[in-house]
Design a protein around this ligand. Structure first.
Ligand code: PGA
Length: 253
């Protein structure tokens, strides 16, 4: 039985103080709640808020994630942060290959592969994002696109490492649009992803990997999506910025 994982991707939202407030409210809401033990809860604030939020979530069921990382250890890489830096502030999860990174900032499959390997080598857990654009879905190449992204990310990765990964299937057309994939659309791609993992590795490994859905997930659609056999949680943007909405999704999980 795969434990569901609900991760809030705060993107470029909230100052440090605002992030601290959101984290404080979330921790207060989930602390001592039995449901908080049966689902993994993660928040991914901006880099500048990580340290503050780390102090707030410490000792609570809420774990800390970063929105990206660089694959080098240190040096002349202006604007980047390293896995060592993330580990030093208590980060556990790292989102990689988010579609906004891919489409707005030129993230490549090759970079996602390097980052995945680095994150795992440093004992962190990658949340590897894959997903097709609307044009790609309409063109009937969703599986092809997702397959390429997935094979690239796992290229050269050992079975032991692969088993630790989390995948987020995020159709680009559903992100921030209010238009989520239907339960059936999500399940179909999640099933495809699991089958592909089975081909790359083996069926038992594929059965153990958690695949989140992301893209306009809200309390109203979360239960339906997560009732699908291969949907193991959510990567949530907009709805993770409000405690009540995020809590609604956690409860649905
Ligand atoms: P959304 O974002 O929930 O606002 O659609 C999801 C994501 O980009 O991870």
């Amino acid at each position: 039985m795969r434990k569901k994982i609900i991760a809030g991707n705060w993107k470029m939202n909230k100052t440090v103080d605002e992030s601290a407030k959101l984290a404080t409210d979330l921790v207060a809401a989930v602390k001592g709640q039995p449901y908080a033990e049966s689902v993994d809860i993660v928040v991914c604030p901006t880099y500048v808020a990580l340290d503050r939020v780390a102090g707030i979530v410490k000792g609570s069921p809420v774990k800390l994630g970063a929105q990206d990382v660089h694959f080098e250890n240190q040096g002349a890489f202006t604007g980047k942060v390293s896995t060592d830096m993330l580990k030093a502030v208590g980060v556990t999860y790292v989102i990689l290959g988010h579609s906004e990174q891919r489409t707005l900032f030129g993230e490549t499959d090759e970079n996602v592969r390097k980052k995945t390997a680095k994150v795992l080598a440093e004992g962190l857990i990658p949340i590897i994002c894959v997903g097709e654009t609307l044009a790609e879905r309409d063109g009937g190449i969703t599986e092809k696109v997702v397959g390429i992204q997935l094979r690239a990310a796992y290229q050269g990765l050992s079975k032991d490492d692969a088993a630790k990964t989390v995948i987020a299937y995020e159709p680009v057309w559903a992100i921030g649009t209010g238009r989520n994939a239907t339960d059936e659309q999500a399940q179909a791609v999640h099933k495809f992803i699991r089958r592909l993992l089975g081909e790359i590795y083996d069926a038992p490994l594929a059965q153990g990997i958690r695949i989140q859905y992301g893209g306009s997930m809200k309390p109203e659609n979360a239960a339906g999506l997560m009732a699908q056999g291969d949907v193991d949680g959510g990567l949530i943007g907009g709805a993770s910025l409000k405690v009540d909405a995020f809590l609604g999704i956690i409860k649905a999980a």
